[in-house]
Design a protein around this ligand. Structure first.
Ligand SMILES: [Zn+2]
Length: 133
């Protein structure tokens, strides 16, 4: 049987990333309101670990990439700033910004898929990817 190396499609990694980011923001939002932090150690610790792991794994994955990607991650993904603010602060075009968003989602999503943030997010079924493209 011939071995065929199939590269996982980028949309799988982007779905993983979005799922993890969603969980990150829902934890961060409840943390700010005090809803999670003060309900007791057993409830808050896994969430705090999740937030820490999310940022740690993402930064580690982006360290080897172009510096713009780290800035897109910080400003757009973590900071929730829109493209107008991000393009001005980073000094890139709108087209490059959206291209970088894709790159961040794929690079970080791939890193998440094999590590903690994804296992804990548990929102994207493994076989979710449909079709060939
Ligand atoms: Zn795909």
């Amino acid at each position: 049987m011939a071995k065929k190396k199939v590269r996982t499609c980028g949309c799988v990694f982007r779905a993983v990333f979005r799922s993890c980011l969603e969980r990150y923001h829902s934890i961060a939002a409840s943390d700010r309101s005090g809803g999670v932090r003060f309900t007791g150690i057993s409830a808050s610790r896994p969430n705090e670990e999740y937030v820490a792991d999310f940022i740690l794994v993402a930064r580690r994955a982006l360290r080897g990439e172009r510096p713009e990607l780290m800035r897109v991650f910080d400003l757009h993904m973590l900071g929730s700033h829109d493209w107008k603010i991000c393009t001005r602060k980073i000094g890139i075009s709108r087209g490059n910004f959206f291209h970088d968003v894709y790159s961040v989602q794929e690079v970080v999503g791939e890193a998440f898929k094999t590590t903690v943030p994804y296992r804990h997010a548990g929102q994207v079924p493994a076989g979710r990817h449909h079709g060939e493209h």
